[in-house]
Design a protein around this ligand. Structure first.
Ligand code: AQP
Length: 328
């Protein structure tokens, strides 16, 4: 059994991109691996969050994990801030990082572009993510394509630690879905679908009511022409919608193209909306039940206790190798 670690920020309402790119793989992996799935609240505050919203969104993300099919008896589900070793190993990883490599991170460049003042938390987000992964000596990290660069940095930091202080960390591997690794915005297929996009029409939230989903898909930007053809270079908008369709209807891209040959965008978008709704509706029913039950707090407590037992041991061993005086 390998170890698997991943997390999602409570920085907004989870989107279909988070679900297809990450959560669906969580559900798959829990059956064969030892899994750690966190709500990464320490990462979320790298951009200012309103306290009441952060609290609500944290609980909502945890409940959506369970609603999507993560079984808390199989996988550990918890808040990142409830396992203190993350922050402490995060500082250690920051000290192993170079300014130049952090400056090259695409997510940092995108999130800081055009801003007069940029929080230092955004800059040191990647070494904290490295700590999240390494504190469990993880083998596999299920993420969307956008996190690949951060994972590369994690591998570099693990290697750097090993060469300075002796072999200790495993070098983790990304686990990226073949279809849906990068779901794009509904209003602009050059940007990824993102929960913190100020335009709610750009994303499908997992908690959007079915009619809102239908409306958002009917308004989604399409390319000129009318052919339903997967060609990301010349038809990026429709190719993104085909990826979503393929995923939600469990059909190959070629099957989707064949079904709508000669029919234009109208019937395709209408059916796409129904396929998305059919994936999201049962998830919302589970979500409502979990929120009503209030069980989420006990699940998070138990998950954090189990995770801390592993993470604290790693942190103690790392500090010993680095020459920290142990507490007496
Ligand atoms: N559009 C996407 N397509 C595929 N996968 C995606 N992920 C996010 N967006 C897409 C994957 O979801 C996981 C959790 O991401 P996160 O919340 O920690 O941060 P993020 O990648 O920055 O996601 P967002 O939605 O864009 O959040 P904000 O707007 O707050 O920055 C990751 O595995 C990610 O790859």
């Amino acid at each position: 059994m390998g170890r698997v670690l991943s997390g999602i920020q409570p920085s907004g309402q989870l989107t279909l991109g988070n679900y297809i790119g990450a959560m669906q793989n969580y559900v798959k992996l829990q059956h064969t691996e030892e899994c750690y799935f966190m709500v990464v609240d320490l990462h979320a505050i790298s951009v200012a969050q309103e306290p009441a919203k952060l609290r609500e969104q944290s609980e909502a993300v945890a409940a959506l994990f369970i609603a999507a099919g993560i079984d808390p008896l199989k996988a550990n589900v918890y808040m990142q801030s409830h396992v203190r070793a993350h922050a402490e190993l995060g500082w250690i990883m920051t000290t192993l990082s170079n300014m130049g490599e952090l400056e090259r991170m695409t997510q940092f460049k995108e999130k800081s572009a055009g801003k007069e003042s940029v929080g230092a938390g955004l800059f040191v987000y990647p070494p904290l993510m490295a700590a999240d992964i390494l504190v469990y000596n993880s083998d596999l990290v299920p993420v969307g394509d956008d996190q690949k660069q951060h994972l590369e940095l994690t591998r570099d930091l693990a290697g750097r630690f090993n060469s300075r202080y002796g072999e200790y960390f495993k070098i983790p591997e990304p686990y990226i879905p073949k279809v849906g690794a990068r779901i794009m915005s509904l209003d602009d297929a050059s940007k990824k679908m993102s929960k913190s996009n100020p335009n709610p029409g750009s994303y499908i939230a997992l908690l959007d009511p079915p009619d809102v989903i239908r409306k958002k898909i009917s308004r989604a930007t399409t390319d000129s022409g009318r052919e339903v053809k997967f060609d990301p270079a010349s038809k990026p908008e429709i190719s993104n919608l085909i990826s979503i369709y393929s995923h939600c209807a469990n059909m190959s891209v070629q099957e989707v193209e064949a079904r709508y040959e000669g029919q234009g965008y109208g019937p395709f978008k209408k059916d796409l909306a129904e396929h998305v709704v059919s994936v999201i509706e049962p998830l919302q029913a589970n979500y409502n039940e979990i929120r009503k039950s209030g069980e989420i707090h006990a699940i998070l407590k138990q998950g954090a206790e189990r995770a801390a037992a592993v993470a604290d041991r790693t942190l103690a061993e790392v500090k010993e190798r680095m020459g920290f005086l142990p507490p007496q």
